[in-house]
Design a protein around this ligand. Structure first.
Ligand code: ZN
Length: 160
C-alpha cells in the first residue's frame, strides 16, 4: 500500500460520516456527491447481460483528474471485470504509474448494496491513499469510509 508523504486527504473532502460505521450523518460533501454522480453516469455504460448488475466507479486522483469505469461482464463469468478495477486500469493507462487515488465513489443502478469486492480492494490498495474516502451504497444507505477501514489488511510483499 502506498504510504508516502502525501497521505493527507485533500481538504475539499469532508466526510460527514461516523468514522466507525461509515453511516452518513447528513448530505454528502458536494465533491463526493459529484463523484457519485459520475459513478452513476458510468454505470449507464455497464455491460452486464448476465447479472443485470450495473455498476459504475469514479476515482478522484491527486493530480486533479477524475476517471470512471464500469463493469464489463464476460460469458465465461470469471473474466468479468468490476467497475472499480476498470476505472483504476484506465487511470494508470491515461496518467501513468505515479497516480494516487484520493477518493472513490461507487454506484449501481440496481438500488442494491455494492461495497467494493475483495479483489478490487486489493487492487485499489496499490494506488490509493489510506485515508481516501470510499463512498458506496450499503444495505442501509450510502456509506463513506476511509480506505484503511474498508481494507485493513491488504497484502504487501516484504521480502527478507
Ligand atoms: Zn470488484
Amino acid at each position: 500500500m502506498y504510504s508516502g508523504s502525501g497521505d493527507a486527504i485533500a481538504s475539499w473532502f469532508m466526510v460527514p460520516a461516523d468514522q466507525n460505521t461509515g453511516h452518513c450523518n447528513g448530505p454528502l460533501d458536494a465533491a463526493l456527491e459529484d463523484l457519485l454522480d459520475l459513478a452513476r453516469q458510468a454505470a449507464l455504460h455497464s455491460y452486464a447481460p448476465y447479472s443485470g448488475f450495473r455498476v459504475g466507479a469514479a476515482l478522484r486522483l491527486t493530480n486533479g483528474e477524475t476517471v470512471t469505469g464500469t463493469n464489463v461482464e464476460n460469458v465465461s463469468y470469471g473474466l468479468t471485470i468490476c467497475a472499480e478495477r476498470a476505472a483504476l486500469v484506465r487511470a494508470v493507462s491515461e496518467f501513468g504509474p505515479e497516480i494516487r487515488v484520493e477518493a472513490v465513489a461507487i454506484a449501481n443502478l440496481n438500488d442494491a448494496a455494492s461495497p467494493p469486492c475483495g479483489a478490487c480492494r486489493q487492487v485499489l490498495a496499490e494506488f490509493i491513499l489510506p485515508q481516501a474516502p470510499v463512498v458506496f451504497p450499503a444495505a442501509d444507505g450510502v456509506r463513506v469510509m476511509p480506505f484503511s477501514a474498508v481494507m485493513p489488511l491488504a497484502f504487501e510483499m516484504k521480502l527478507k
